[in-house]
Structures are given as structure tokens and as C-alpha cells.
Design a binder for this molecule. Structure first.
Ligand code: ZN
Length: 353
């Protein structure tokens, strides 16, 4: 999702335009200005811009309510079919999540509802172009509102459904149920799409299906890891090695202790990290060489007080298996992806009982 450009910020939240939306707008303006396709006039280009405005309003209402509840929003990405407000953490109270989710589509329905009487009573007095713009602005807002109310992740309706269920059962069961309802809806949409040969509907169905899965995994992991800090699950007894140690001795250590990575320490300071992957392919007659030659020098570290959820993010983003834990520059432990997965499994078992 990094194919987006920051265009402005509101309430300190960066608002980003997804490249697909930008290209769509540019393409339509280009076609309209040079009269490349009959029927695609400047009016159509203006209409796309009005769609953009509708999406912006939609997202800003989400942000407005979320900020009011003290929820931090990392960024907002604008897509042609709506936007995504990436929240740093979900609101604790399902009631709040419901309100944050529902205001977006509601804002589009309100726009459509307010404009409709104007269209009805004054539409005929307007020029053909303005009449056309008014009619389609109403229609686009109506569709945007209704589409985003579909009870499936990643649509707002999915969140509304989850929040509704979460008031009646625990959050994890609610997420599971909401995701499965979303997937079933996606399958029905795909079948209808195939029957009436509508590629757009099939595309939306795939989007919904994948979104339901992703949302389920992300919110499951975040919920389960909530409140767990690095110090709770790290191993504090850390074996370390020296930069001048031989590869051979480190390999022996790995087989002996079944740990696949070690921090490299010199004079109490961390110099790097060496993993099984770094040295396992080295031929036997080369194993006299030193750790320093093969270790990763740029070490990503974590803090004992850090939330495990953000440590997991670091591990995933850097594609690494373990992080040394430093407190005031001193090595106090090590945390691996396996530690996080174990904690996840344990929380899952205790919560489903
Ligand atoms: Zn929305």
C-alpha cells in the first residue's frame, strides 16, 4: 500500500492519494482535454473530481470522530472506491468503533439526501452540464455510501458488523464471525458476477474476500498481543559471541543450544548479530574464519518496554528472525519471532476456552 502520495494533512493526519486514483483522474482529464474518446467531456472529468471530494469528506468524518475519541490515525489513503484510515490502534469500546465506522458512509448518504431535493425542484432550470453533474454527484454519493456499508471487511460495514457483534461476544469471536460473513458475501457476489458476466463485480468480490482475511489476521494478532511487552516474553539469558570467534565455534554453539542467532558483543557493546543462515553454507575448510566477516552489522534492536505488537512489525518489515533487547545501551535479552508466535498461540488457547 505504499503507492500513494501525500497531498495535505488534516488534524495532523497525512492524507495520501493512491496512485490508482491519481492516474484515473489524470487519464480522464487528458482524454477529456484532447477529445480522445467521444462522450468523455470535461464534465466527466469534473465529476471524477467531485468523486474525489466525496471520498475526502467520507474519510475526514471518520477521522473527526476517531480523533474525538482519542484514537490516533497514522494516515489516510484515498482510493477511487473509498478510502482507508489507518488507525494506530483500534478503539477499545465497540460502541466507539461502530460510530467511527458508520459516519463515513453516512456522510455520503447525507450529501446525496441533501442534494436530491435540489435536483428534483431546480434541476430542470440548470444547464444540461450542471444538471448532469448534480444527478451523478447524488448517484456517486449514494453508491459510495451503500457500497461502504456492505457488511464485509475491509468496508466500513464490516467494522460496523464487528462492533455490533463485539457488544454481544468477545472481540476475537466477533472478528472471526464478521470476517466469515464478509467472505460468504464475497462468494455470493462472485457467483452473481460470473452469472451476469460483470467483471467489476468479480473484482470487488476478490477485493472483499482478500480484505476479510487480512483484516481478520491483523486484528486477531493485535488483539492477542495487546498489553504484552517485550520484557514479558524475551529470553533474558542471552548467549553472546565475540567478533573474533571462529565460525566453527559458533556453529557448535548453535547445535548445542538450538538457538539460531546470537548477538555479537565486544567490550560490552553490541557490534552485530550472527545467524545460522549467515554461516551455514560456508565450506568446512573455511570455518576458521571469524564471526566479524559474516555478521549483520546494522542491528535492529528493541526495548524491554516496547509493545510486542510493534516488535513483531519490526521483525516482519526487516524480514529478520530475532531482535536483541537493549536497555540504556546494555543487552538485557533477545526476542525471536518464535517467542512472539508462542505467546500468540498461548493467548489464543486461553481465550478460546
Ligand atoms: Zn469509510
Amino acid at each position: 500500500m505504499n503507492y500513494s502520495l501525500k497531498i495535505f494533512s488534516v488534524f495532523g493526519i497525512p492524507i495520501e492519494l493512491h496512485i490508482s486514483f491519481l492516474l484515473l483522474m489524470l487519464a480522464i482529464y487528458f482524454v477529456a482535454l484532447f477529445n480522445l474518446i467521444p462522450g468523455v467531456s470535461l464534465t466527466i472529468a469534473v465529476l471524477i473530481t467531485l468523486l474525489f471530494v466525496a471520498v475526502v469528506i467520507h474519510e475526514l468524518t471518520h477521522c473527526y470522530v476517531a480523533v474525538g475519541y482519542g484514537v490516533e490515525i497514522e494516515r489516510v489513503v484515498l482510493l477511487p472506491i473509498g478510502g482507508v484510515s489507518q488507525m494506530k490502534e483500534l478503539p477499545k469500546d465497540p460502541h466507539q468503533e461502530l460510530r467511527i465506522a458508520v459516519v463515513g458512509p453516512l456522510s455520503n448518504l447525507v450529501i446525496a439526501g441533501v442534494l436530491y431535493p435540489f435536483y428534483l425542484y431546480f434541476g430542470h432550470a440548470l444547464s444540461t452540464d450542471l444538471n448532469f453533474l448534480l444527478y451523478y454527484t447524488i448517484l456517486l454519493n449514494l453508491l459510495l455510501g451503500l457500497f461502504n456499508l456492505l457488511p464485509a471487511f475491509p468496508m466500513d460495514g464490516g467494522r460496523v458488523l464487528r462492533a455490533y457483534l463485539a457488544e454481544r461476544m468477545n472481540f476475537i469471536r466477533a472478528t472471526k464471525l464478521a470476517a466469515s460473513i464478509g467472505k460468504q458475501l464475497a462468494i455470493v457476489m462472485a457467483i452473481i458476477g460470473i452469472l451476469i458476466v460483470n467483471p467489476f463485480l468479480i473484482f470487488i468480490a476478490i477485493f472483499v474476500y482478500v480484505g476479510a482475511d487480512q483484516e481478520y489476521n491483523v486484528s486477531m494478532t493485535n488483539t492477542l498481543l495487546e498489553g504484552i511487552r517485550v520484557k514479558d516474553i524475551m529470553s533474558s539469558e542471552v548467549k553472546t559471541v565475540n567478533p573474533s570467534d571462529s565460525v566453527d565455534s559458533v556453529l557448535k554453539l548453535m547445535f548445542q543450544h538450538k538457538h539460531m542467532g546470537y548477538p555479537v558483543i565486544q567490550d560490552g557493546e553490541i557490534k552485530g548479530i550472527i545467524t545460522f543462515h549467515d554461516i551455514s553454507k560456508l565450506p568446512e575448510d573455511q570455518r576458521y574464519r571469524t564471526v566479524e566477516e559474516f555478521m549483520t552489522k546494522k542491528v535492529v534492536v528493541t526495548d524491554p518496554r516496547e509493545e510486542v505488537a510493534s516488535t513483531l512489525e519490526k521483525l516482519t518489515n526487516n524480514r529478520i528472525g530475532r531482535l536483541p533487547v537493549l536497555e540504556n545501551g546494555q543487552l538485557v535479552g533477545i526476542i525471536s519471532k518464535t517467542d512472539v508466535m508462542k505467546a500468540l498461540e498461548m493467548k489464543k488457547t486461553t481465550l478460546s476456552q
